[in-house]
Design a binder for this molecule. Sequence first.
Ligand code: UFG
Length: 329
Amino acid sequence: MSVLICGGAGYIGSHNIRAFTAHGENVIVIDNLETGHRESIPENIKFYQGDIRDSQILDKIFTENKIEAVIHFCAFSLVGESVEQPLKYFNNNVGGMISLLEAMQRNGIKKIIFSSTAATYGEPKKIPIFETDETIPTNPYGESKRIMEKIIYWVSRRYDIRYVSLRYFNVAGAWHDGSIGEDHIHETHLIPLILQVPLGKREFVTIYGDDYPTKDGTCIRDYVHVEDLAEAHILALEYLRNGGESQIFNLGSGDGYSVMEMINAARKATGQNIPVKIGTRREGDPAKLVADSTKAHEILKWYPKFTNMEEIISSAWKWHQSHPNGYKS
Ligand code: UFG
């Protein structure tokens, strides 16, 4: 039996391919390569280039292979772009989910692990955030993921499909050997942008606001290493295999770090001075997002190994140094 990784050419999907194969799983991948990179998928992995909104290719995959479970990473994920182009996000993210679940139902596939996000919570009323806290997304990206969770919930009740939805906080870092990592066409994430300074691609990093109600005035986030994240997907699959019921889990390291602290950690990890400029706030950024991941600890037995920010940034640095222009290097 195989595991189908949908969106395996993306940042998080490609790390999951590595982790699942290292764990002895047989992996099959589908990706439309709209934002993903073919180079991030090992040559020996069976790869289908296509879109999960295309029911024909899904039926072909489910017919040609014995698929036990689906790990679903396909989505557009830029918050700012989602505000500008909401229909693009609802069409791709929500449309993809409906098509995938329809194909699973037609082909008798009963387990799905879904890539959700802290953005489903919106602006939290208190920290840390629990899975039971209310979800009021503040942008179409977060809303699309929340809608996708609701769709799986109702489908799972009707068709005997069980799911695990994993709400990621701020995913960072790269595979330990530096062979794969984060490579977005429009980079908006803090750590890759910080590292562009020591790479010589930008002169300074702009801090989006230093007047937040936090210890140093900059936003606080909960950074989780992409390898730890991948481990959670493996544990989630084991959990479903052992008959576990459908669940939603937060995945964070459990500690919050400010933008300024991350820049200081990057200075240590790279051994370089990283100049900063204070800019204005970025619209829609909550002051503080920190997960309570106790549920994942207790039920999945998931404990992140990377809790030191310097180590997380060092692993990203290894990738960016060896691939200064991403996969085109
Ligand atoms: N930031 C800067 N300067 C930059 C880039 C980012 O100060 O050049 C700050 C942001 O304001 C924010 C923090 O760094 O406070 C982290 O920003 P990212 O863009 O790296 O990450 P976000 O917290 O905005 O977004 C992440 C995921 C999203 C997800 C969201 C959930 O990347 O996919 O968490 O809230 F939706």
